[in-house]
Structures are given as structure tokens and as C-alpha cells.
Ligand binder design. Structure first.
Ligand code: C2O
Ligand code: CU
Length: 473
């Protein structure tokens, strides 16, 4: 089972004898036809994250195991995904990073009615770009994503260079106590600062797993930060490694040497596996003062023929180029609110659809001094800005806070232009990490009509006000 995990190579717990069901990833979902069909049954499933004597933990997942499902489709194929809601709260599926029609975007009340307990909702679209994407709910996300509700969507380039393995590594922390029970997913202290951090770091739901790679092979590793809070800066220690895509978007290969990723950000990395079977490399997070090992890559099997290792570029994507000369500048200021506001219990009780989990939020944050009114989406504020369809715009993202904010736009891919505080590598992204006090410019061509969420992807910031939407009409 382990030998085919996550697309071609194995994924094992540090001690193979300790491998438990669920630590190995699932077979990817694929199709040879024009249509890829998948059912996403959102419900609670028990899965072991901590070793014994801790108990298995009550995860919430779309498939039988975390991580799952992994959907692998080819560019040009159509996806039909049916959400089956077996939770006791309403939900939806947001397809993070995909430039899709607005009605498929999965934001309750904004782009679709919420999918209530026992209901189904069918999403159907053809992803226009190849890349490494993922999907997750858009309500009560701090708990649901915290408990594992996320899946992977990979869209393969028809003309990509050949790699000897193509891996998915999902970095995620869990808020678990020693017995395997979940603790608080959010605290006022965390939500109003950098966020509430998990206690256990994992890759693909396993603590420091050993991931098998073909000896001397050229490995494409799709590194995802799907944590709700933590910023990571990953290294493949012991190997020359190159970034070949950011948020799924190809860029000229550059050394993996300082690319901090906030929640929801991804990079595709190319490295050469060790030349002798049994040798290892380490995947490490060097973001904090103390580098943390996350996983080990171990070479297995006969060595691939020795050829010179050189970074290979992926075929370019076709993100519409913004016309910068004609682009108005749209200011977007990210700030704290002056006072924390919260809904009084009697106000909450009087609201229709008072799904308590979604309506209990306080607000600590704002975009252009406007706070999203509550954790859910029942009461939509006006859009942050209305853009003219077909025109190009430059957003000036101003971080007025001393914290990091990974800023995400739905339905679009930014071109990242410049910063007043650092040298920016030009690239495309759906989420950009704003440094404290930084002003960063990004541009889009507003060709995709609809109402598109625009928010910080530190989920507690999103849920406590740092969220809004942009209307393109
Ligand atoms: Cu992954 Cu609204 O985002
Ligand atoms: Cu934030």
C-alpha cells in the first residue's frame, strides 16, 4: 500500500513497523476520459495522528483518510465534484487558486446557497491552468481545516518535462493534546496576533515521515503549506533544490533558498534524490530560529542513470497579462480594528440560520477599515471595490500591522510586481505573503466577472474580520 502513496513513491512512518492505516496517502483519483468525477463526503473520521498511547483523533475529511482525496487531472479535462455534507453544519467547497466561473467558487451565500447537513452540491469546471491547487471549506474554516478538511487538486501540464517522481507534501500542524483530542482552534490572544499555533507538525498527516524516492532520480515535490497559522520556509537539506512553480504557476527556476510560505501558499520544487539506495535528505522548516525537521526522503531501488542535474523550466501558463499602463491603483489597507467587536448572544440567537460555530466570531481586523461582520457569510457587507470587467488594476496592499498576512484573491492569479521593503521576484501567485508594515503591489486583468473573496489566509484573521470581496462587473 505504502509503495504507491501520493503518486508513484512510498510514504512511510519513521518506523515501518509502526505504519498505521492512514499514514500512507491514497491513490490519486484520475481518469482517462474527458471527465474526472469525484465524490467528497465531508464527515468525521477517526485517524491516528499521534503514536500510542494517544488515541486516534476525530478528523473531518473529504475521503477515508487524511490526506485525501488527491485529484490528478490533465489540463483540458473537466472536473465534476459532488460534495456530500455529512456534517452537522452547512459547508461548501472552495477551489483555491483556480480561475473558475464565479458560481463554482464555493463561498456560501456569495456564490452559492450553503450546502446544508444531508445535502449535496455539484461543482463542475475545467481548470484553465496546470498547477498544484487544493480545496477546502469556506465557513467555520478554523475548525474544519484544523481537523483536516482539505484535499489536493493537481492539474498536469500536457508538455511537462519528465520527472522520476512527482510527490505531494502537505505541511500541516494539528491542535492536539497528548491523548489525541483536539484543543482550541482559536483563542482571542492568537486571533488578534499571529494566530494560534498547533502542537504537532506533520507532512501528509504523519510526524516526520520517511518518503521514498527513486535513487538518483529527479524529483518534483509539490510542497504545500495547508496549515491555518504557521509560516514556513522549506529546504531540502543535502540536495541542490530549485523552485519551478509558485502556487502552481511556473517561474524561471531559482534556488530554494528563502521562499517563506504563509498558509495556503505552495511551491513546486525539483531536486535530485541521493545517488545510493538508503541515503537520505531532509525536508526542514527553517523559518523559526530553530530549524525543524519535517520529513526524510530516502532513496530506494535501482539508481536512475547518471545524467547531469539541471533545473528544467515548466511550460509557461497563460495568465492574462495586466496592462500596467492603463491600470488604476486600488489601495487595500490591512489593519487591526480599534476595538474588538463581538456579537451579543441575544443578537446571535435572533439571526436566521444561526449556525453558532460560524457566528461566534469577534472582529480584530479590517480591510480598508471594513471588517467582515462575522465568522460566516450570512450577512454580506458591500464589496470592497467594484472593478470594470476587462480592465487591468494594480492593488497596493498596505500592511499596517506588525504581523504577517498571506493575502489571497479568489478566481484570479496576481502578477506580483514590487514592494517598498524588499526586492520582489516577479511571479504569479494566488496568495502573497505581506510582511509587517510592507506595501506590496500586485496586478490583475479583471476578465473574470463575479464577486470574489479577498482575504488573509491565516484563518483566524480571516474569521475575525480580515476578509472582503471584490466585484468585477
Ligand atoms: Cu483558500 Cu478564501 O481561500
Ligand atoms: Cu492575517
Amino acid at each position: 500500500v505504502a509503495a504507491t502513496a501520493l503518486g508513484g513513491t512510498g510514504l512511510k512512518a519513521p518506523d515501518a513497523g509502526a505504519l498505521k492505516p492512514g499514514l500512507a496517502g491514497p491513490e490519486p483519483i484520475t481518469s482517462t476520459g474527458d471527465l474526472v468525477e469525484v465524490e467528497l463526503v465531508a464527515k468525521q473520521r477517526m485517524q491516528r495522528i499521534l503514536p500510542e498511547p494517544a488515541e486516534p483523533s476525530p478528523l473531518i475529511t473529504y475521503a477515508d483518510h487524511f490526506p485525501g482525496p488527491i485529484i490528478r487531472m490533465r489540463k483540458g479535462q473537466r472536473l465534476r465534484a459532488t460534495l456530500v455534507n455529512e456534517l452537522d453544519e452547512h459547508t461548501s467547497v472552495h477551489w483555491h487558486g483556480i480561475r473558475l466561473p464565479n458560481l463554482e467558487d464555493g463561498v456560501p451565500y456569495l456564490t452559492q446557497p450553503p450546502t446544508r447537513p444531508g445535502e449535496r452540491h455539484v461543482y463542475e469546471f475545467t481548470p484553465p491552468d496546470a498547477g498544484s491547487f487544493f480545496f477546502h471549506p469556506h465557513c467555520n474554516t478554523v475548525e474544519l481545516l484544523g481537523r483536516g478538511l482539505a484535499g489536493v487538486l493537481i492539474v498536469e501540464e500536457p508538455d511537462a518535462p519528465k520527472f522520476d517522481a512527482d510527490l505531494v507534501c502537505l505541511v500541516k500542524d494539528w491542535q492536539l493534546d497528548k491523548t489525541g483530542r483536539f484543543g482550541a482552534f482559536t483563542t482571542d490572544r492568537g486571533a488578534s496576533r499571529a494566530g494560534t499555533f498547533g502542537s504537532v507538525s506533520t507532512v501528509n498527516g504523519a510526524i516526520e515521515p520517511v518518503i521514498e524516492v527513486p535513487t538518483n532520480g529527479d524529483i518534483r515535490a509539490r510542497l504545500y503549506n495547508i496549515d491555518s497559522t504557521r509560516v514556513v520556509d522549506l529546504r531540502v537539506e543535502g540536495a541542490e533544490a530549485w523552485i519551478i512553480a509558485v502556487d502552481g504557476n511556473p517561474l524561471p527556476p531559482r534556488p530554494l533558498d528563502g521562499w517563506p510560505m504563509g498558509p495556503a501558499m505552495r511551491i513546486d520544487v525539483l531536486f535530485r534524490a541521493p545517488a545510493k539506495a538508503g541515503q537520505t535528505l531532509r525536508l526542514t522548516n527553517v523559518y523559526s530560529a530553530e530549524p525543524r525537521p519535517l520529513a526524510t526522503f530516502r532513496a530506494v531501488g535501482p539508481a536512475r542513470p547518471n545524467k547531469r542535474f539541471k533545473p528544467r523550466a515548466l511550460p509557461a501558463s497563460a495568465i492574462p497579462e495586466p496592462d500596467l499602463k492603463d491600470a488604476p491603483i486600488v489601495p487595500m489597507a490591512f489593519s487591526a480594528t480599534a476595538v474588538a467587536q463581538s456579537f451579543a448572544p441575544d443578537v446571535l440567537a435572533g439571526l436566521p440560520y444561526a449556525d453558532a460555530l460560524c457566528l461566534s466570531a469577534k472582529t480584530f481586523w479590517a480591510i480598508n477599515q471594513q471588517s467582515w461582520p462575522e465568522g460566516g457569510h450570512e450577512h454580506l457587507p458591500p464589496p470592497l471595490v467594484t472593478l470594470e470587467k476587462g480592465r487591468s488594476y494594480i492593488f497596493e496592499l498596505a500592511n499596517l500591522t506588525p504581523h504577517l498576512h498571506p493575502i489571497h484573491i479568489h478566481g484570479y492569479t496576481f502578477r506580483v510586481l514590487s514592494s517598498d521593503g524588499r526586492k520582489v521576484v516577479p511571479h504569479h501567485a494566488d496568495t502573497v505573503l505581506l510582511e509587517p508594515k510592507e506595501r506590496l503591489r500586485v496586478a490583475i486583468k479583471a476578465d473574470n466577472p463575479g464577486d470574489w473573496m479577498f482575504h488573509c489566509h491565516i484563518i483566524e484573521h480571516q474569521d475575525t474580520g480580515m476578509m472582503g470581496y471584490i466585484r468585477v462587473a
